[in-house]
Design a protein around this ligand. Sequence first.
Ligand code: GUN
Length: 286
Amino acid sequence: MSYQLIDGKQIAKEIRAELKEEVSQLAEEGLKPGLAVILVGNNPASETYVRSKIRASEEIGIHSRLIRMEETVQEEELLNQVKELNEDPAIHGILVQLPLPAHIDPDKVIATISPSKDVDGFSPVNMGKMMIGQNGLLPCTPYGIMQLFKRTGISLEGKHAVVVGRSNIVGKPMAMLLQQANATVTLCHSKTADLAHHTRQADILVAAVGRGEMITKEFVKPGAVVIDVGMNRNEAGKLVGDVNFEEVAPVCSAITPVPGGVGPMTVAMLMKNTVTAAKKLWQRAK
Ligand code: GUN
């Protein structure tokens, strides 16, 4: 079977181009969106993600501020930094890169970010709004995946979507958004019995487990759409997804590659959320 390669890199590029255009119009009206990124410690993966977020901001014309804090920073100091940014009129988006060191409670940090500046969409207020279908800021990765469906013309209505992974960042919000788009959703996780039985029912399969290439062809129904959220290093140090691409691609109708699938969309939607937050805050201040 021939499959469609869902080109997240290209779609993300189009979204960034649209945003760049919008940001230049906003500049004429006197608004320059601003994003603050807080990076605690020097986890190499976090360094890479943060760098791509800052680079995307610069390319689009979003003002960006990178705030680095020592691995040993006290929780209170981090909370005070967030509170300061909550009050800063030049900053419309605040992102604290995860994971945080073990002595810091991420829930407390996330809950301190003003919901109107929470461009990751992780705060209890934005999560709650999503749950009841109200307009808020959406978590970037699931939001980006919904854009992939929209912009490649993959319909969700009446489809059986199976999400593997129940993280707050991806799995749970993904299940919610798919359901709101009229898919029937099954949410699987590490304790699911006979996982392959469930995933083989999927018209749409979203893999967000964090285990390199664990989704082999036995997990996939022929003709399914497969979305791979994984970012893992294999023994050879190569970046691989949660899906065994070589094996799975020939049996599905469409699939995202790693790299170049979901990853670039996460960054693009962060930019989109920053522009959305800036416009809302600006309207409110008028
Ligand atoms: N760590 C891994 N993914 C993410 C993300 O989307 N946002 C933040 N803040 N940290 C992350």
